[in-house]
Design a binder for this molecule. Structure first.
Ligand code: SF4
Length: 1016
């Protein structure tokens, strides 16, 4: 019948006082009911252990508030089933659908089917419930408010009404039932002799109403709160506000414990002074208690190494240690990986979301394929997934990927159908590999397309039946059969996957259950998928019980309360991590929260969380932070870090730097030991064969890295392959027929030649809409060839322009099929732009062609029976082949060669003299010597994009000794000699070309000397 508020700082004996009070009650009334309420299950275990250590706890119920509601309701004959996440998702979705059908939803209409909206509504409803705000009150408040708020109130009212119709209750609504049970029956909790609420620092409105009613029936109610009565310190602000509310609403008897907190010296000093505005003498810490590391990853390593050291050297059990981190989602993968490396058993306070399990993610990706129209990226991910047997082996999947690239399949089954047809028709094309600017070897060559297509057809049938609306139970059956068909269960990898599979099964059961509760209805596939995603989003993947045995607890900073540990490490004391950046709630905004007395989303008193966190440790405390962000710039310290730092002498802080020497005996894993050994250039454990082998291998890798970092490339790891020079000399002998493009590749960068021509590596790129540079170049060449086909009209500009219209119309129409690309939405605009550029080309070229007439277009040499160009290099003669875009003749029978280029890079003298552009002199020699078309007096590249000739013109070319075409030939021959010598002697150093590396270089994604900047 009485409420007592017991206030004391953390670790000052509040829990001990509670236990003594329980013992007193049990001593005087041995069979009386006692309830101890704590914030969570972990704290319940901790409290029970303390109770047991003090002499026993038989008859004392220790649990969360939910346990007590259930107990009260059951004792009062109220058995209301609680919503599962699946059922809740379904009801909220239904609520939204019905409101929309009744035209009550306008503001939120456009997002009504988004899974994110349904999840956000679930959170909103939950918060309204725990804030004890009835639908009526919320409705009245929003009647004259914005449409957004009003529609939220409509949805909330509909949701609660639907729950009442079904006679189910939501998780947060349980307290409403418990309150009405207490209101309706003054004896509902009268047999409880003592209620203790320990470990809380905040009570929601619903909870306060419940406690008030409970205390009117129970014998005694004892509530503890951390803090100091009358304190104005910032660390006590949150509890001070709570004490004031409880005093106002409960009129309790308030008492305070006067004992000093039983904390280790350093934590005690923090507890007494941190964040106070006045000056203190910096205290010597008993040992370093703060570590600054260069990154979050290094910070995690430092913290876990510190814990492992205490575990091994001080024999502290892992179960007595805890790590709390702000922004746990960013730290979780780092903690998991590092703990794994260090051999530390850890468990997280919150199990991972089921939706993040790789197996479940694979299923969701598979199911979402029809929704994204089988986008190639998603489709290939599914085909590569190890979780499904789709009847396709690795080679077939690789081939399918090649098909997507060759036929530019971006998405959709239609594109696949077109692709098969196109590839079958072009499969017989045996073009010669002569000009890499305009042709590449089909990557699907050699693939049995018909067999591949048949094998892949099975995949499309997986989704044959999704066009019909079905009940949830039917959809679940379909999914189960689909997974069985794909041997999903047999493909699961390890214990975690099997647990995920079981949890997925539970989620599917919950979906079926939701239908039996809320009624059967036929829904479309999209709707089913949304229900499934919503159900899975609310489900968690429990960790196996085994993993909790003697394991380190990892939790969010906000969870560092109530329970105590011997050792606690707190992570993330840098700006933006802790205190966390708070964002206002877009649905329940701050004004609404203030008006309805709800907890603010902003200024959540993270100071109090910090205060609670560092007072959790009974023996050792460590606070850490990263001091550099990813790009190497400084990361500001959090105000809490600065506040802690100013209390201690410098020796309390360790800053880890790249050159901080580490004792190898302190290494927490073999990996770390070897790494430190490399840094220090010596390994302490020379008798350990395994360690020494690893150390040597990494040292070698380090040497290679150092070589690659040196300014000038040298050695075998930089493309100097003189050991295989004899093989290369044989492979690239004078027997080979060369193309100008091949030689130019070496001239551009020898390493690019090694990667693309010797090793024949190619890059995998996802197909994109639109043409690539090769397709565009081929198309423009084809158009110009057709326009100038009838040479007799070559000087009639109007005729040529009319012809251009006719040719472009026909070429553009067939272009996607001919060149194998998918037109982008800009295709229509691009066509107009290219027509305009080609018109300019014809006009300007005609002006520059007075006295010249085309005599040959797309002239082959060394191909299809035409003579190859034999180049006498002095010590040998090599042969070349290719296509000359255009050969003109004048009245004197002299020759001019033109080579069309889409872009304008390196078409100058320097391009020739560096070996990057050799086509023009080679083609001129081919026209003159191989094809005997006449003496070449002129030649240039023609830039279609800018309708201009290149600055390099054969007639104007000058070398140190000579000028004109002959001088250009000599320069080209010198370059060809240099290139051949380089290839045959195995010299392939990576030398980024002036102006940057070409984006199409197959090494561009990983080359250590890559330089950006090149454009075609
Ligand atoms: S990325 Fe640059 S330096 Fe490296 S191989 Fe390619 S072109 Fe050469």
């Amino acid at each position: 019948m009485s409420i007592e508020l017991l206030i004391a700082p953390p670790a000052a004996g509040k829990t001990e006082t509670c236990i003594q009070r329980i013992k007193t009650v049990q001593f005087s009334q041995p069979l009386s009911r006692v309830w101890v309420l704590v914030p969570d299950r972990k704290t319940a275990v901790y409290f029970r252990n303390r109770l047991a250590a003090s002499g026993g706890w038989i008859g004392v119920m220790v649990g969360t508030y939910r346990d007590l509601y259930r107990d009260i309701l059951e004792r009062n004959g109220v058995f209301t089933p609680t919503l599962t996440p699946a059922l809740e998702h379904r009801l909220v979705q239904e609520t939204v659908d019905e409101a929309f059908e009744c035209k009550e939803l306008v503001h939120y209409a456009s997002i009504k089917s988004k899974p994110g909206f349904i999840l956000a509504l679930q959170d909103c409803f939950a918060e309204l419930r725990i804030s004890y705000i009835s639908p009526d009150r919320f409705f009245k408040y929003t009647q004259t408010s914005t449409p957004a708020r009003h529609e939220l109130a409509v949805l909330y009212a509909r949701f609660v009404t639907r729950l009442q119709e079904l006679n189910w209750i939501d998780q947060e609504g349980q307290i409403w039932l418990a309150i009405s049970a207490l209101e309706g029956n003054p004896q509902a909790a009268a047999d409880i002799r003592l209620v203790v609420a320990d470990g809380f620092s905040f009570f929601t409105a619903a909870l306060r109403r419940f406690i008030k009613l409970l205390s009117e029936q129970a014998g005694e109610t004892l509530i503890t709160l951390p803090g100091v009565l009358g304190s104005n310190r910032p660390v006590h602000r949150r509890t001070r506000a709570m004490i004031e509310i409880l005093q106002r609403e409960f009129a309790p008897k308030v008492s305070e414990l006067n004992s000093s907190p039983r904390l280790p010296t350093d934590s005690l000093y923090l507890e007494q002074h941190v964040l106070d505005p006045y000056e203190f003498k910096a205290q010597e810490a008993s040992r370093p208690i703060m570590i600054e590391a260069r990154s979050q990853s290094e910070e995690v390593r430092e913290a876990l190494r510190w814990i492992k050291e205490l575990n091994k050297r001080q024999h502290l059990p892992m179960s007595a240690c805890a790590v709390f981190a702000s922004s746990l989602e960013t730290y979780q993968p780092l903690l998991r990986a590092t703990a794994n490396e260090f051999g530390i058993n850890i468990h997280f306070s919150h199990p991972d979301p089921l939706a993040e399990s790789p197996a479940v993610l694979a299923v969701l990706n598979l199911l979402s394929l029809p929704q994204v129209d089988y986008q190639t990226r998603n489709l290939m991910n599914t085909l590569h997934s190890p979780y499904f047997n789709l009847g396709l082996d690795a080679k077939m999947i690789e081939d399918l990927e090649k098909v997507t690239q060759e036929a530019s399949i971006v998405k959709g089954r239609d594109q696949w159908e077109d692709a098969w047809k196109m590839l079958e028709e072009t499969g017989s094309d045996d073009s010669d590999d002569v000009d890499e600017d305009r042709w590449h070897e089909p990557i699907t060559q050699g693939i049995d397309l018909a067999t591949l297509r048949d094998a892949f057809d099975r995949f499309w049938h997986l989704f044959d039946s999704i066009t019909q609306a079905c009940s949830l139970a039917e959809w679940v059956t379909w999914l189960e059969e689909l997974l069985e068909d794909l041997h999903f269960h047999e493909k699961l990898i390890g214990e975690r996957d099997h647990e995920a599979y079981e949890s997925l099964g539970e989620a599917l059961k919950a979906l079926v259950l939701s239908e039996s509760v809320a009624g059967i209805r036929k829904i479309e596939y999209t709707h089913f998928l949304s229900d499934l995603q919503g159900t899975i989003a609310g489900a968690r993947l429990d960790e196996p019980r085994e993993s909790r045995k003697n394991s380190l607890l990892v939790g969010g900073m906000v969870e560092a309360r109530a329970a105590r540990f011997k050792t606690v490490a707190l992570l993330g004391f840098s700006e933006g991590l802790f205190p966390e950046i708070e964002n206002p709630d877009p649905f329940l905004d701050e004004n609404l929260r203030r008006d309805l007395g709800m907890e603010s989303r902003l200024q959540r008193e993270q100071t109090s969380i910090f205060y609670q966190a560092f007072t959790r440790a009974d023996q050792y405390i460590l606070i850490t932070r990263p001091y550099l962000i990813d790009d190497g710039s400084p990361w500001e310290a959090s105000p809490y870090w600065l506040a802690a730092k100013r209390l201690f002498a410098d020796s309390a802080l360790v800053k880890i730097k790249a050159d901080t020497p580490r004792a190898q005996a302190e290494a927490a894993s073999a990996q770390e030991l070897v790494f430190w050994g490399i840094q220090q250039n010596s390994l302490d454990y020379q008798t350990d064969h395994d360690l020494v082998t690893r150390w040597q291998a990494i040292q070698k890798a380090g040497d290679i890295l150092n070589l690659r970092r040196s300014k000038v490339a040298s050695g075998p790891y930089e493309g100097y392959l003189d050991q295989v020079a004899s093989i290369l000399a044989a492979e690239y002998s004078s027997e080979r027929i060369w193309s100008a493009s091949r030689l130019e590749t070496y001239g551009t960068c020898p390493h690019e030649f090694l990667v693309s021509n010797v090793l024949k590596l190619t890059t995998k790129t996802l197909p994109e809409l639109g043409m690539d540079a090769i397709q565009l170049g081929s198309m423009l060449h084809r158009i110009l060839e057709k326009v100038y086909l009838d040479a007799s009209f070559a000087s009639d500009t109007q005729y040529l322009l009319d012809k251009l219209d006719e040719v472009t119309a026909s070429v553009f129409q067939k272009a996607p099929f001919t060149y194998g690309f998918r037109p982008s939405p800009l295709w229509e605009v691009e066509k107009d732009q290219w027509v305009e550029k080609l018109q300019q080309t014809i006009q300007v070229l005609e002006d520059e062609s007075q006295g010249w007439k085309p005599v040959s277009l797309e002239q082959k040499f060394g191909i299809g029976g035409t003579p190859a160009l034999a180049l006498n290099l002095g010590s040998e003669t090599i042969r070349l082949h290719g296509y000359i875009d255009r050969v003109d003749k004048n009245m004197r029978g002299e020759i001019r060669v033109i080579d069309y280029k889409t872009g304008g890079a390196n078409l100058d003298k320097a391009g020739l003299e560096s070996g990057r552009r050799l086509q023009l002199p080679i083609y001129a020699l081919a026209a003159q010597d191989a094809l005997q078309l006449g003496e070449v007096v002129e030649g240039f590249y023609w830039k279609i994009g800018t309708a201009a000739a290149s600055s390099l013109k054969l007639s104007k070319y000058k070398s140190d000794e000579d000028k004109g075409p002959e001088a250009a030939y000599r320069t080209a021959l010198a370059q060809i000699r240099r290139i051949l010598a380089g290839i045959r002697s195995g010299k392939f150093p990576p030398i980024p070309p002036k102006g940057g590396c070409p984006s199409y270089c197959p090494a561009a994604q990983w080359c250590w000397r890559y330089e950006a900047g090149f454009s075609i």
